[in-house]
Every structure is written in structure tokens, then in C-alpha cells.
Design a protein around this ligand. Structure first.
Ligand SMILES: NC(=O)c1ccc[n+]([C@@H]2O[C@H](COP(=O)([O-])OP(=O)(O)OC[C@H]3O[C@@H](n4cnc5c(N)ncnc54)[C@H](O)[C@@H]3O)[C@@H](O)[C@H]2O)c1
Length: 348
């Protein structure tokens, strides 16, 4: 499959925090292919330097890496001084719902504190455009309907609370700084991998998201998949999510840069497919892609999880003509291609 991104009308120099991570590295590819220049800030606590080598293999260009913790004000200021940029895309964060219930303050420190420090450092450097990685988890448990951007936020765990708080900080910054331009993208469940098989999701330690776990079971690295909760009020009892290809999410960021100056204030959009898939259905689709059985066990619900989260994506379709291109079978096939080529992950 060939992957192409429309060239951007206005090439920018972009600072990408968390660019060595899963979504960040795929976004680097799409940004470079659209003609943008990329500087990555990442402390490599969860990302991989090798992912940036893979970005070079795919695009011919390796983003500059500044190994910096976003909560380190001085180091961040030095990065802005060294690399004059036009915009920031902010991925760097801790992202595990379950872990956030164990160490909530660490989540506030990195996600909320880190975002405040980044916003202030960017402003001091005269950088006023920001695209923020938000999450559908901020919606909490809101019932059966598909969620549009006006659905009430009801964060059910510290991770979700941290994302909502960041959105509110950015919105407040826009309100009191006329020159600030911002986009917050609420991703639903990004999965998949680059179709080249060179770039994918490789969490450090035990995966806390379902798809890398599934992939590690399929490749024989783990014994069986644990499905958290079989008694949700859904047709098969497992939780329903809106899985969306990471390349579609990455292209959403290219669109965000094209449109960040469209209007003052913070623009807010959901990025998903609008299709709900249960965990049991996902397991079956992945087993079909990998052409093997995937053993599983159903255990208790995880604290902070909710039964159903599916996006209404009509707003972003209307505003930017962004729409997801890849279906669930392609997401599973692309994940499997990466996992099969990297049974032990990047560089191991
Ligand atoms: N993957 C998902 O399911 C999902 C869903 C919704 C939103 N998001 C958000 O998208 C963003 C990216 O997620 P991902 O799946 O690519 O995660 P990831 O863990 O693969 O990437 C995060 C990157 O940020 C870096 N990082 C973490 N803390 C840092 C710090 N203090 N300073 C500098 N770098 C730091 C990590 O090393 C890593 O490379 C996160 O903000 C996450 O909350 C992810």
C-alpha cells in the first residue's frame, strides 16, 4: 500500500514533543511528507530513538532529537532558543488510565505541569500556535450515543482529568492572549502501524493498551489476552471503543497545522471513525489478520474504564474535510506487519 500526504500549502518548522512515541513518530512521517520541518523533544521515557531512524528510512529525513523532559523549564527554553519554530505539536505525556489511578500526582506533574511549562516557554519564545493531544477519555461514561464535541466532559480517572485540565489551560491562554492559536484533538483509540512495517507501537514494559498486548500474544511473547470486564451493558459484554488508524490520526495533525490560523481561540475536534468495535470483536479481527488463534481470559473491570466511547466526527469532516481512510482490518493487518517483523520490539 502506498501512503501519501498532501503537501502543505505553508511549510512550517514544528516542534513535536513526544515525537519518538507511537503517535508522535507517525506524525513526524506525515509532517515531513507534507513538507514541514520537524524538531523532536522527547525524554525517551516511553519513546524510542530508533523510531526516528525509521522516520528517516520512510521519508529520507531524520528529525532532530532534543532529549529533554518537558517539565524542565530551562532545558525547554534552550531548545526554543536553538530552534526557532513556527508551531508546537504536544504529544508528550503519561497516558495509562490504570496507572493514573495508582500515581495520580505524577500524572498531574507531567501532563498538567509539563503542558503549563511548555505553553509558557513557547510564549516567551514567540511561538503562538499549539496543537494538543487530547483524549476521548475526558467524556467518561456518557451512555450509548455517539459523542460530538459538545458532549459534557466527565473525566473518570486522573489521566482523563489531566487531559481536560490541559485543554482548559490552553483555552484560557487563548482567551487572554489574542495571538494564541490552538487546536485540541480528542483522539479516540489510535491503533495500527505505518504500512511500511517500519514504525509501530512498542511500549516499554507490559503493554497497558489492548492492541500492543494483543499483538504480543499473537507473536507468542505473552500467554493470553486479558479482557477487562465482560459484564458491561454492551451486546457481548465487553467494552466498545472507536479504533482509528494511527496514520489517519497523524494526518489529522497535518490538517490541524493547515487550519490552526483559521480563527482565534481554541478549535476542538474529535478524531475517530464513528464506528464502535467491542474488545471481543477486535480480538477476532486481529486473529484473522494474524491468521492465528489468540487465547484470552475475561477478568474484572479496570478502575476508571467506561462501557462505550464512540465519536461523532461530523464536525472535523465539515471544517477540514478530514476523514479516516483505513478500516479495522487494515489497522489489524498493519499492526501485525510491524509486530511480526519486530517480535521483541524496536532494536531488541
Ligand atoms: N495511544 C492512545 O490510545 C491515545 C489516545 C488518546 C490520546 N493519546 C495522547 O496522545 C499522546 C501520545 O500518545 P502515544 O500513544 O504516542 O504515547 P507514547 O507513550 O508512545 O508517546 C509519548 C511520548 O512522550 C514522551 N514523554 C513522556 N513524558 C515526557 C516528558 N516528561 N518529557 C518529554 N517527553 C516525554 C515519551 O518518551 C514518548 O515518546 C499522549 O499525549 C496521549 O495522552 C493517546
Amino acid at each position: 500500500m502506498s501512503v501519501t500526504t498532501r503537501p502543505s500549502t505553508r511549510p512550517l518548522r514544528v516542534l513535536v514533543t513526544g515525537g519518538a512515541g507511537f503517535i508522535g513518530s507517525h506524525t513526524c512521517v506525515e509532517l515531513i511528507e507534507a513538507g514541514h520541518e520537524v524538531v523532536v523533544v522527547d525524554d525517551l521515557s516511553a519513546g524510542h530513538e530508533l523510531a526516528l531512524d525509521r522516520v528517516r528510512e520512510i521519508t529520507g529525513t531524520r528529525p532532530v532529537l532534543e532529549r529533554v523532559d518537558i517539565t524542565d523549564t530551562r532545558a525547554l527554553e534552550a531548545v526554543f532558543a536553538l530552534h526557532p519554530v513556527d508551531a508546537v505539536i504536544h504529544f508528550a505525556a503519561r497516558k495509562a488510565v490504570g496507572e493514573s489511578t495508582e500515581i495520580p500526582l505524577t500524572y498531574f506533574e507531567t501532563n498538567v505541569g509539563g503542558t503549563a511549562i511548555l505553553l509558557a516557554a513557547a510564549r516567551r519564545a514567540g511561538v503562538h500556535r499549539i496543537v494538543f493531544s487530547s483524549s476521548c477519555s475526558i467524556f467518561g461514561s456518557t451512555g450509548a450515543a455517539d459523542l460530538d464535541e459538545s458532549a459534557p466532559a466527565a473525566p473518570a480517572n486522573p489521566y482523563a482529568w489531566s487531559k481536560l485540565t490541559c485543554e482548559q489551560m490552553i483555552e484560557q491562554s487563548c482567551r487572554y492572549h489574542d495571538e494564541q492559536r490552538a487546536v485540541s484533538l480528542r483522539y479516540f483509540n489510535p491503533i495500527g502501524a505505518h504500512p511500511s512495517g517500519l514504525l509501530g507501537e512498542d511500549p516499554h514494559g507490559t503493554p497497558r493498551n489492548i492492541v500492543p498486548y494483543l499483538a504480543q500474544v499473537a507473536v507468542g511473547r505473552r500467554e493470553r489476552l486479558q479482557i477487562f470486564g465482560g459484564d458491561y451493558p454492551t451486546p457481548d459484554g465487553s467494552a466498545i471503543r472507536d479504533y482509528v488508524h494511527v496514520v489517519d490520526i497523524a494526518r489529522g495533525h497535518v490538517a490541524a497545522l493547515d487550519h490552526v490560523d483559521d480563527r482565534p481561540g481554541m478549535q476542538l475536534f474529535n478524531l475517530g471513525t464513528g464506528q464502535g468495535t467491542s474488545v471481543l470483536e477486535l480480538r477476532a479481527a486481529f486473529a484473522a489478520a494474524a491468521e492465528r488463534d489468540i487465547p484470552y481470559v475475561v477478568t474484572d473491570r479496570r478502575p476508571g474504564d467506561v462501557p462505550r466511547l464512540v465519536a461523532d466526527i461530523s464536525a472535523v469532516r465539515r471544517a477540514w474535510s478530514w476523514k479516516p481512510e483505513y478500516d479495522l482490518a487494515t489497522m489489524c493487518r498493519d499492526t501485525w506487519r510491524f509486530q511480526e517483523a519486530h517480535p521483541e520490539g524496536y532494536g531488541r
